[in-house]
Design a protein around this ligand. Structure first.
Ligand SMILES: [Zn+2]
Length: 365
């Protein structure tokens, strides 16, 4: 299993002396940077019987010993992957796609829906006890990956804490989290926190180009510089949907300018592509409003750097002010919480459009 080019420094820091690793690590940072793939590569290396030599840098797993083969087929007796049960039932999740992509496998399919949204439950953590407290199958290291760690419900988190308080020898817990501040402080304090930063735009762009991704500049801006997210977006034609979803927000003369027709446009878009869902749409509206707020505050744009978008942002900001836009941003964060299961999609869309229009002082119909 391989790592991504922007992870080599972290890999060297951690894996040049694998025997000195603490019992628990927390891989933290924004989504789309390959943390799960990195965790899998660490697990493979720690369990591998014949790691590759790589000069001064920490070596990678060999990929062909019996341990590496067990891991690849999901049958390693000294390895556990704990994730929300919904993700397990649905088969391959985002992280495994990352992992297989990093290892060069081409079988990764674009995910059609985000499935890892359920909790990690206490019985899953209790189920680890036998594994953790009974000796290693092969008298070596054992590895547990928890991803996403913030999905543990409070009971599960407390059960894990008990294990982390008296960690058995030779076990390594690797917690992976996009929102690590949501974890119990007592759990965080038991882990060495490894923060994943975004790669430089040049490195991210060259990797994406090598992956055959087009429109790299826009994708990187809109995903906040996360290369794996950018590649997912490219595979799923998210950028096309993004542009279409943005159209009603531009409030141009030939587009809709009232909540009902804006909602109708969005409704058509959601119907036309089953991989495009309401949370994604709210995310797009949020990003647009964030950039509007940036313009109003004379700050720098984060997402919509294309000249046509930039012009439109400036024109629209003249109809509003930072207070109204910040209020709209707060509203969107609140409704984002119910976007996965709205009571009535049509009303949800109209409400979102109305809030947006109000913040721009446009008269509602
Ligand atoms: Zn191996």
């Amino acid at each position: 299993m391989n790592i991504f080019p922007w992870q080599t420094k972290l890999w060297e820091q951690l894996m040049s002396a694998p025997d000195k690793l603490p019992h628990a690590l927390l891989l933290a940072g924004p989504a789309g940077l390959g943390k799960q793939a990195f965790a899998m590569a660490m697990a493979a290396r720690l369990l591998c019987e014949a790691p590759l030599a790589q000069g001064e840098a920490g070596a990678l797993a060999c990929g062909c010993c019996s341990s590496c083969n067990w891991l690849a087929t999901g049958n390693h007796p000294d390895f556990r992957l704990v994730q929300p049960e919904a993700a397990e039932e649905a088969g391959m999740d985002e992280g495994e796609q990352e992992a297989s992509a990093a290892s060069g496998a081409k079988k990764a399919k674009p995910k059609t829906a985000r499935v890892a949204s359920g909790p990690i439950r206490i019985d899953q953590i209790r189920g680890l006890a036998d594994f953790v407290f009974i000796g290693s199958h092969r008298h070596g290291r054992r590895v547990v990956i928890l991803n996403p760690a913030e999905a543990m419900n409070p009971a599960a988190a407390n059960a894990l804490l008990k294990i982390l308080e008296e960690p058995p020898a030779s076990i390594c817990f690797i917690l992976v989290s996009d929102s690590w501040r949501k974890l119990l402080p007592t759990i965080r304090s038991r882990c060495r926190i490894v923060v994943f930063g975004r790669p430089t735009p040049a490195l991210a762009a060259s990797w994406l180009q090598a992956e055959g991704v087009e429109d790299v500049g826009s994708l990187l801006q809109l995903t906040g510089g996360a290369p794996l997210l950018a590649r997912d977006w490219a595979q799923q034609a998210v950028l096309t949907n993004y542009r279409k979803a943005l159209e009603p927000l531009l409030l141009t003369q030939d587009g809709p300018v009232d909540p009902v027709s804006m909602a109708a446009k969005w409704g058509e878009l959601l119907k036309a592509d089953s991989t495009f869902d309401l949370p994604q749409l709210v995310d797009i509206v949020q990003k647009w409003v964030m950039d509007l707020t940036q313009v109003a505050l004379a700050g720098s744009l984060r997402y919509h750097l294309e000249p046509a978008w930039r012009d439109r942002l400036e024109a629209l900001t003249k109809r509003s002010n930072a207070t109204a836009l910040l209020g709209c941003d707060r509203d969107l964060r609140r409704i984002r919480a119910v976007a996965r299961h709205p009571l009535n999609t049509q009303l949800f869309l109209e409400d979102m459009a109305a809030r947006y229009l109000r913040s721009l002082s446009v008269k509602n119909n």
